[in-house]
Write a protein that binds this ligand. Structure first.
Ligand SMILES: Cc1ncc(COP(=O)(O)O)c(C=O)c1O
Length: 396
């Protein structure tokens, strides 16, 4: 009989490079744990790539989705639906009061909306400066925005007007601004790049630079937003506010949704006919997101994320110092953390962790990233860290 792995190899385009001998087929999840089709249990330090903010099948998300799915699944955006409007209200009130929201279905689409808005707001200004090592998505515009040549190379010619500055280097951004620049776009904490956190002076300086030059400051909060850094929005770790910001991933707690939030001064740039999405703001996805925001936006919840972030950060720092011949450094903020290795062992470490019942993520050859559910307990964090440390011992 053919296995799921055989069928996958025959029918699915191989963009994810899943390997039958080391990649489980997951069938069930609860909290910070998932189970495969052989009933093997895994502690999930990957959280669906920062999507499962409340863990797997959180009762609040399940209830909200069940309720909505049995009353109205989809209507199109030609009609009002209450979950969409209430979610917009919750997003605005939790971030940049006075702003307005455009709903999409993914991070890349949310960023597309931000890029289109930035290009429209001042005729003649079309250039967008992003950061080296950034990640903004896989559509043609967001791929062009992504400051990692390896993702872009095969798809040239790309869009005009994207330039790349060094992350956390204000002068490098300032040097690229000219009279055609429309916006600067960065991730407040770089995710796919390997959990890089910028300094205070850089963040404040970027805001001042954008004000001085009358250009938009766009924050891509797709990965680092929704409570992951210990603040609901990562930018709230600094005394700066964006003109536009985008969210996705954790926002829907597992359902596909993206959002672009535009500050009041820019909230009327996109006019009827300028942009649209058939599924964007779908009532089921919005109901799920309302449930996630209801919990993740709570001060006490965020304080717990900060505490767990400290636990994870301290242990990662200890691992970096105890295994210094293997680990170059530990980086990150809250529950988005990475270990950079001195050797190309990340994939092998990921494979061994999976075999030991822990899901982590190898970025390239040298970085191990973790993005556990925000609801993970301190004991579960310790349990997973013990597995990871056990695996690292074998490589030291
Ligand atoms: C910061 C950031 N922006 C955008 C995206 C793209 O999101 P999506 O895969 O939902 O299109 C990602 C995905 O990893 C991301 O990390």
């Amino acid at each position: 009989m053919e296995t799921i792995q055989d069928l996958e190899a025959r029918y699915i385009v191989n963009t994810y490079n899943r390997k039958a001998e080391e990649t489980p087929c997951l069938i069930r999840g609860e909290g910070a744990r998932v189970w495969d089709d052989g009933e093997k249990q895994y502690l999930d330090f990957l959280g669906g790539l920062a999507v499962n903010a409340l863990g797997h099948c959180h009762p609040a998300v399940v209830e909200a989705v069940n309720k909505q799915v049995s009353s109205l699944i989809h209507t199109s955006n030609l009609y009002y639906t209450a979950p969409q409007v209430h979610l917009a209200e919750a997003l605005v009130e939790s971030s940049v009061p006075g702003s307005k929201v455009f709903f999409a279905n993914s991070g890349a689409e949310a960023n597309e909306a931000a890029i289109k808005l930035a290009r429209k707001y001042k005729p003649g200004r079309y250039k967008i400066i992003t950061a080296e090592n950034s990640f903004h998505g896989r559509t043609m515009a967001t791929l062009t925005a992504t400051g990692q040549p390896k993702y872009r190379e095969a798809f040239k010619p790309l869009l005009d007007g994207f330039e790349y500055a060094r992350f956390n280097d204000l002068d490098s951004f300032a040097a690229l601004v000219d009279e055609q620049t429309a916006a600067i776009m960065i991730e407040p904490v770089q995710g796919e790049g390997g959990a890089y956190v910028p300094g205070d002076a850089f963040m404040k300086g970027l805001r001042e630079l954008c004000d001085r030059e009358s250009i938009l400051l766009i924050f891509d909060e797709v990965q680092c937003g929704m409570g992951r850094t210990g603040k609901l929005w990562a930018f709230q770790n600094w005394p700066v506010k964006p003109d536009l910001f985008t969210a996705a991933k954790g926002l829907g707690g597992g359902l596909p949704i993206g959002a672009m939030v535009a500050a009041e001064a820019f909230s009327a740039v996109l006019q009827p006919g300028d942009h649209a999405s058939t599924f964007g703001g779908n009532p089921v996805a919005c109901s799920a997101a309302l449930a996630v925001l209801g919990l993740a936006g709570d001060e006490y919840f965020l304080k717990e994320v900060q505490d767990k972030g400290r636990l994870l950060g301290n242990r990662f720092a200890m691992i970096a110092s105890n295994y210094h011949s293997l680990v170059k450094e530990s980086r990150g903020m809250g529950l988005i953390m990475a270990l950079e290795l001195n050797q190309a062992a990340a994939k092998e470490i990921q494979k061994k962790c999976t075999a030991e019942g822990l899901l982590v993520n190898a970025i390239g050859e040298n970085v191990i990233r973790v993005l556990p559910p925000l609801t993970i307990s301190g004991a579960e964090l310790e349990e997973g860290l013990n597995i990871l440390e056990g695996v690292l011992q074998g490589f030291n």
